[in-house]
Design a protein around this ligand. Structure first.
Ligand code: HEC
Length: 139
């Protein structure tokens, strides 16, 4: 009986705090289509330059390397995206972070600074002789 109680309690703890505990609830069951949000600074040269400075000031280059060519973190300059390269998706990668080691910067950077970072990344041109080999070790 006691064992059964423990099992039932464990089930309820998992059910209440488990997989859905940290997830936002989408109104109407429809997740917001973040990729439709446009970069308000797209193509603006000054913003791209400001973004480049932020990229160093906030140590993005500590993980993604100078020029965002990739180190511990993946390249952000090769035109290939793990999570998608639409304006709003890049914004979300920086704002909310990503599970395999990308910190969330939304708590310390205002949206305008994040859009400047997005503008900087979008201004980078992929190298002409880019490798097709992936060096990322998959779990
Ligand atoms: C502590 C190391 C670290 C720092 C600092 C860091 N990143 Fe990352 N970043 C990562 C890793 C690791 C990933 C890959 C995460 C994954 O695959 O889930 C990533 C992913 C990303 C992505 C998504 C890439 C894609 O292919 O979809 C973007 C955009 C990004 N980082 C931008 C930035 C910016 C801008 C900054 C600075 C404000 C920054 N990162 C700081 C480690 C870091």
């Amino acid at each position: 009986m006691a064992l059964r109680l423990i099992a039932v309690t464990a089930f309820f703890i998992v059910a209440v705090t488990g997989a859905h505990g940290q997830q936002p609830v989408a109104a109407g069951g429809t997740p917001p289509p973040i990729e439709v949000v446009p970069n308000p600074l797209r193509g603006d040269k000054q913003s791209a330059q400001d973004g480049e400075k932020l990229f160093t000031a906030f140590n993005c280059d500590g993980c993604h390397a100078l020029g965002a060519v990739g180190a511990v973190g993946p390249s952000l300059a090769d035109g290939r995206w793990r999570y998608g390269g639409a304006d709003g998706v890049i914004f979300q990668s920086i704002f909310s972070g990503r599970p395999r080691g990308m910190p969330a910067f939304g708590g310390i950077l205002p949206p305008e600074a994040i859009w400047k970072l997005v503008t900087y990344l979008q201004s980078l041109q992929p190298a002409g002789d880019m490798s097709t080999t992936s060096w990322v070790r998959r779990p």
